[in-house]
Every structure is written in C-alpha cells, then in structure tokens.
Design a protein around this ligand. Structure first.
Ligand code: ADP
Length: 309
C-alpha cells in the first residue's frame, strides 16, 4: 500500500458506505497505527483502495453494508464552555443511536496517564489553553477508527472542531450534515461553569447553579434550575481544575478568538443552526428537538438535514 505522510480519520459516506481516509494533511506520525488498523479492517472484510492524487493521496477503506441503508447522523455541537454541549449532545446521541464523541472527555482520559507529556498537557488544559492539533487529531482518529471497527456509522461531535484549521481538516474526512451552535449569555455561562460538578464514581455531570437572570441589554431572561445529584453521588462531587472563574474567563476569551470563526466557517457552508439556550433541560430539550426536526417518540429525523433555513 503506497501511502505517504498520512494519518487516519474516518468518514462515512451515504448509502451505507463507510470509509476510512488517511490524508496527507495529517502528517506522518500515525502511519504505523494506520497500517495496523488497515490490516485489521481488511481481515474484517473491508476493501482498501486509493482516491485522489498529487500531494493529497487518500486511502479509502470501504464495505457495502447489508441492505445499503442510510448512515447515522454526523453532527457537530459548537458553543462556549458551560453552554451545555455535553448535556444535549449526549442526549441526542442516545436518542439517535450514534456515539457521542466529546473531545474534552477523550483529552481527560488521555491525561489520566502519568507520562511527562500528559503532565504538560494537563497544565495547558488547567490554564484553559487549547491543546496542540496533532494530539487532538490523534485522539479523535483513534476514536473514529474504533467506531468504524464496530460498524457504527455516525456520530455527534462535541468540542471538535475548535479552530478553523480543525474544521478544515474535518471537512476533508467527514460529510458533516449539521452544526448546532448553542448560545447562552456570558454571565450565565460563567455561573454554569462554576456550578458544574462531576461524580467521581459514576462520572455523572451535575450543576449546583440556580440561574435567574432578568433581561438586560440584548441578553434574554434566563431561568435555569440546578441539576442536583442523587443521594448516591452527593458525597462524591468533584470540580474540574479548569472550572475556576479565572480559567473560565480565559476559556471564553480563547473561544471568542479561536472558535467563534468556526461558526462563520460553517455558516458559510450553510450548515450552521443557531440555538439559544434560555432555560433548564425540561424547557430546552423539546425546543431543541423541534429545531432539529427530531421526533422523540418515533426517533424520526431527517438524516439528510443539511440546513434548509
Ligand atoms: N478541539 C480541541 N482542540 C484543542 N484543545 C481541546 C479541544 N477539545 C478539548 N480541548 C482541551 O480540553 C479542554 C476541555 O474541553 P471541554 O471539556 O470540551 O471543555 P468546555 O467545557 O470548555 O467546552 C479544553 O479547554 C482544551 O484544553
């Protein structure tokens, strides 16, 4: 297999066709694992071929699925820290039966290692800085390859892409259908980050903040009740190291500088759906489902949802 300077990412194409692409733009470091993955995939009955030419050679691994049915959604959730990306992306993923891929969780898993590299990354993260692209892409590639190996054909991404460069890389390897841009006024974002708690045992996410904010300037009125833990988790609450006020403000600044342009990128591609969060889950969830044309009872949704509006 002639593959030069490649790393792997997975993309899924329509009609049940699933593909893994290894693209020149990802650099050389991961080729060993790509080759190993490919060998495994070939053993599993995938067909390996090449597409493209010149400096952009792409390896495609594909298999026609039984019945040739459609694939799962490939959606992205954007939004500032604390807006609720994880909450709503994970609920939707469960409903639509696709994996929820939370970049922050992948990073935290990686950082639980004790290597000196993990320590350096943990420091960057605790300061609210973005991590280097090569690390992020490696983690995401691995996760998407696992998806493909288990024949999962779709995903809801949360926390990726966070820069226009990452968005451009994603465009090369996936056919994103829709990008949901969650919005919430800044004072509420800060309060929500500071109220966030995680159960050290079950990993459940909770929020102690009770928000009641009147309309001011252009910011809408907000009422959000706390999301309290059950008694079994109450004594095991932990706070993320990057959820202090100073670091949250840094994360917000970085969001405006680095990630806000990603909204414009997807708006330009006609894929962005802006959605204002103004209440707790019981109020917001049905509004979000309606905006996404998802029917909770029948789990009907238009998978070709390419932004009509
Ligand atoms: N796409 C990414 N690019 C670079 N760094 C990332 C990315 N996703 C997550 N990280 C790192 O992980 C941290 C936590 O991410 P996440 O849990 O998604 O936080 P948030 O609640 O701020 O959206 C980020 O502040 C950053 O350090």
């Amino acid at each position: 297999m002639a593959v030069m300077s490649c790393r792997s990412m997975v993309t899924y194409k329509g009609g049940g066709r699933m593909a893994l692409r290894a693209c020149g733009l990802f650099g050389a470091r991961e080729m060993g694992s790509v080759a190993a993955s490919m060998e495994t995939l070939v053993q599993q009955g995938w067909r390996v071929g090449e597409e493209g030419g010149g400096g952009r050679r792409v390896v495609v691994v594909e298999r026609q699925e039984e019945g040739g049915g459609g694939r799962g959604v490939q959606w992205v959730f954007l939004g500032c820290p604390g807006v609720g990306k994880g909450t709503y992306a994970s609920r939707l993923a469960k409903l639509l039966q696709v994996p929820h891929i939370a970049m922050g969780d992948l990073v935290r898993q990686e950082l639980s290692q004790t290597s000196s590299m993990a320590k350096q990354l943990a420091t960057l993260m605790s300061q609210g800085q973005l991590l280097p692209d090569d690390i992020i892409i490696r983690l995401l590639s691995k996760r998407l390859e696992n998806n493909m190996a288990s024949s999962q054909s779709g995903f809801i991404l949360d926390g990726f892409p966070r820069t226009v460069h990452q968005a451009e890389m994603l465009e090369e390897v996936a056919d994103i259908d829709l990008v949901v841009n969650l919005k919430l006024r800044e004072d509420a974002l800060i309060a929500k980050c500071l109220g966030r708690r995680i159960c050290s045992q079950c990993g459940g996410n909770f929020n102690l903040a009770r928000l009641e904010m009147e309309e001011s300037n252009s910011a809408p009125r907000i009422f959000m009740p706390p999301l309290l833990p059950p008694p079994s988790c109450a004594s095991k609450m932990t706070t993320r190291a990057d959820d202090t006020e100073e670091v949250v403000r840094t994360r917000l600044r970085i969001y405006y500088e680095e990630s806000k342009p990603v909204e414009d990128f997807y708006r330009g591609h006609g894929k962005l759906l802006d959605f204002e969060v103004s209440g707790g889950i019981p109020e917001t969830w049905p509004r979000l489902l309606a905006a996404l044309h998802v029917d909770e009872k029948h789990t009907n949704h238009d998978n070709s949802h390419k932004m009509a509006a």
